[in-house]
Design a protein around this ligand. Structure first.
Ligand code: GLU
Length: 515
């Protein structure tokens, strides 16, 4: 009987990090469980003991949590259907194997790897069409078995594939599919040491954990056929399967390490906002109704249906992922962005500044929200604010060298700013300026009343100065920006001047003029 509550699982093998494909599989199972009002559980398929590690498990769990994919049962949570680690379930596999032996659906196979190989080669030579295990041990007599046992051979347990037949299966993604079982081997279920192989453990656990739906990669489609037959042999109902297409690269080829980070935590460490990564991964094979690309987890869950997962291979495109990140970063308030970006800001901003200069940092961050996509970009982008003098990049050097007269402009402008009413420079307290003026300045916003010159006033004074000295405003701003920031890109120039404050501006303009 199918369990009345929908129950879905993600069943990672802890043999490596959580990668993009795994994250997507987990997400679709999670979303379906949430959408159906069911349970989502984690099962750890750790039977490959040589390759499984606790380190990988921790990376997988951390990756899921980072993406906001929570589970109801499994590691760290427990649950009524445990244990959730396959290596803790060995007695259950043994018991199922005994049932299958008793019912004639399984048999012990004493063949050595060499014998199996030789058998396969012989089949190949006979061109029998299908070359796999030659089923030598399928019909051994009791005496033959005893003879092998007496030689000290320890048997693998094989599943006795039923007579070849054409199966009509329904896959929630692929639709109705016809499969001929004649090409399927008598596969190994259990090794002599009692450790199960994937297909066997998977079915015993899907039954034991009352799984109702399975979403997984299409590489498991044929496994799904073997599993259906095993469910049948065990007298259990098979979950509804959905086998989803691979994630391809931009060119439509298999995704490789060059196309994407293989560890979800690398995205975390580079400051990709997890909700943006979640949103992007959701779109790798599934679409929100209409042409809406940006949505929250809750919005996804409200409309998610397994049947709406696409049949075509989704393509991973890092540019689109970054675009998505930018969409999220821009929607935050500067205060939220400051909070989120703190780990990357901390690489250049002294720790104390987060409390003493919170308003200033909000303004700094606010100026960049439109200009970055991932938070690690902050580290490189805001260093100029803290240096005694900025390091001039190539573009800045060019802009300073272009007009021979520009050194005089800089000297003159330094004087204007020195006499003007700019806010003080970091590390002096600037709260009176930053708590009142919110950056980036918006042209249409009402002018705040501030004890210091606002960016709009600084601009007015600057224009007046360029008129006085007879220099085109458009030419004037380039060397000034270069002198102040060391580069030719960044926030609006008058926001820059406001952020830097009087002493820093004057010092930088004079240093550039003296070069
Ligand atoms: N451990 C298997 C994998 O990672 C699980 C496949 C399944 O969901 O059945 O591919």
């Amino acid at each position: 009987m199918i369990h009345p509550t929908p129950r879905l699982r993600f069943a990672p093998s802890p043999t490596g990090p959580l990668h993009l494909g795994g994250a997507r599989t987990a997400m679709y199972n999670w979303a379906a469980a949430r959408a159906l009002g069911g349970k989502f559980l984690l099962r750890i398929e750790d039977t490959d003991q040589a390759r499984s590690s606790d380190a990988s498990l921790q990376i997988i769990l951390t990756g899921l949590k980072w993406l906001g994919i929570d589970w109801d049962e499994g590691p760290e949570k427990g649950g009524d259907f445990g244990p959730y680690f396959q290596m803790q379930r060995l007695p259950l596999y043994r018991a199922a194997a005994d049932r299958l032996l008793a019912s004639g659906h399984a048999y012990p196979c004493y063949c050595t790897p060499e014998e199996i190989d030789a058998g396969r080669k012989a089949m190949e030579e006979q061109k029998a069409g299908f070359a796999g295990y030659n089923r030598r041990c399928r019909n051994l007599t009791a005496a033959e078995r005893s003879a092998f046992e007496a030689q000290g051979r320890k048997p693998n347990l094989r599943f006795k594939m039923p007579e070849a037949r054409v199966l009509q299966v329904h896959d929630l993604v692929r639709g109705d599919v016809e499969v001929n079982t004649k090409e399927l081997d008598d596969w190994v279920m259990l090794r002599p040491d009692g450790v199960p192989l994937y297909n066997f453990a998977c079915v015993v656990d899907d039954i034991g954990m009352a799984i109702t739906h399975v979403v997984r990669g299409e590489e498991h489609f044929l496994n799904g056929i073997k599993q259906r037959l095993l469910f049948e042999a065990l007298g259990a109902e098979c979950p509804q399967y959905a086998h989803i297409p691979l994630i391809l690269n931009k060119e439509g080829k298999k995704l490789s390490k060059r196309d994407a980070d293989t560890n979800m935590l690398d995205y975390r460490d580079k400051g990709f906002p997890p909700e943006a990564v979640f949103n992007y991964i959701a779109l790798l094979g599934w679409g929100f109704s209409g042409d809406r690309d940006v949505f929250t987890r809750d919005e996804m869950v409200a409309v998610f249906q397994i049947g709406n997962i696409g049949k075509a291979g989704a393509r991973f495109d890092e540019e689109k992922l970054r675009w998505m990140c930018g969409e999220y970063v821009r929607r935050w308030t500067p205060a939220q962005c400051l909070e989120r970006a703190r780990p990357w800001l901390s690489r250049v901003v002294p720790e104390a500044a987060f409390s003493s200069h919170a308003a200033w940092l909000r303004n700094v961050v606010g100026c960049y929200q439109e200009r970055i996509t991932i938070l690690s970009e902050f580290t490189d982008k805001i260093g100029w604010l803290f240096a005694e003098l900025p390091t001039l990049d190539e573009a800045a050097q060019k802009n300073l060298a272009k007009e021979p007269a520009s050194k005089d402009w800089l000297r003159g402008y330094a004087e204007v700013l020195e006499k003007g009413n700019l806010p003080p420079s970091w590390p002096a307290d600037r709260t009176a300026a930053d708590a009142v003026v919110a950056l980036p300045s918006k042209k249409d916003a009402a002018a705040p009343t501030c004890a210091f010159a606002t960016p709009a006033q600084i601009e007015q004074e600057c224009r007046a100065f360029t008129e006085r000295i007879g220099v085109k405003f458009g030419n004037f701003v380039h060397p000034v920006r270069a002198a102040l920031t060391g580069t030719d890109k960044g926030p609006g120039l008058f926001d820059v001047i406001f952020l830097l404050g009087r002493e820093a501006c004057v010092r930088r303009l004079r240093a550039a003029a003296a070069r």
